[in-house]
Write a protein that binds this ligand. Structure first.
Ligand code: PEP
Length: 251
């Protein structure tokens, strides 16, 4: 049975103490119980990772929001996959649309990051999704297909099994506009079919595909009710522990 995952992407929010307080609140609220097979992951800024590792229980995953596309060396300001792993994190978000857009990250560069993350025993949360123009032109499936083909090219099946996919239509991120449950389900099924072509039925069936884009406690239930939507990558609503947990309890 594939895992249901609700991951919180804190983006560039919270100073360290606020992040520790937020993680503590998530932990306390999660102790009240979660639906079966639902797992939480928190993705704070790099500076918070080691501190959060100290306070989070093993059943709450810890993710970085990015890692470098080079292994080590003279890349001032970068944080390598090995460094992320050494902080205690076990996941890393790769290819978020804000990284693609503002930091001009390309598909081949993302593919390098994925491989370095896997080599450091991290599980990548690989983000894909079309922008509004591409959705309106009706080319959203081709866009996502290409992002997956290039970003996830050349990954041995055993490693691919550790990858989580997040479908995040760019027009829905931070805009308050959510994909309809049908739009989400259609794209998730499309992605799963693509994985099936690459790795076969079993791996496709075991891959968790998360939805991201203005997901909140009011719309999570109808999104998660779809058979191919295995949870969410949550931005804004993950900054409030109660909202984040309400989303996790929407299964
Ligand atoms: C995100 O940035 O991954 C995201 C889904 O943001 P939001 O929930 O705020 O739309």
């Amino acid at each position: 049975m594939r895992r249901k995952i609700v991951a919180g992407n804190w983006k560039m929010n919270t100073v360290i103490q606020d992040g520790l307080d937020l993680a503590e609140s998530v932990k306390k609220n999660a102790e009240k119980g979660l639906p079966e097979n639902v797992m939480l992951i928190l993705a704070p800024p790099f500076t918070h990772l080691a501190g959060l590792k100290n306070i989070l229980p093993d059943n709450i995953g810890l993710a970085a929001q990015n890692c470098a596309s080079e292994e080590s060396g003279a890349f001032t300001g970068e944080v390598s996959a090995a460094m992320v792993a050494s902080s205690g994190a076990n996941y890393v978000i790769i290819g978020h649309s804000e990284r693609r857009l503002y930091f001009k990250e390309t598909d081949p560069e993302l593919n390098k990051k994925i491989k370095l993350a896997l080599a450091s025993q991290l599980s990548p949360i690989f983000c894909c999704g079309e922008n509004l123009h591409e959705r309106e032109k009706g080319i959203h499936t081709e866009v996502v297909k290409k992002q997956i083909e290039l970003g996830l090219s050349d990954i041995p099946e055993a490693d691919f099994k550790r990858i989580i996919i997040a479908y995040e239509p760019v027009w829905a991120i931070g805009t308050g506009k959510t994909a309809t449950p049908d739009q989400a389900q259609d794209m998730h099924l499309y992605i799963r079919t693509q994985i099936k072509e690459m790795y076969g039925e079993e791996t496709a069936g075991n891959t968790s595909i998360l939805y991201g884009g203005s997901c909140n406690p009011s719309n999570a239930r109808e999104l998660f009710a779809n058979s191919d939507v295995d949870g969410g990558l949550i931005g804004g609503a993950s900054l409030k522990a109660d909202d984040f947990l309400a989303i996790a309890r929407s299964f």
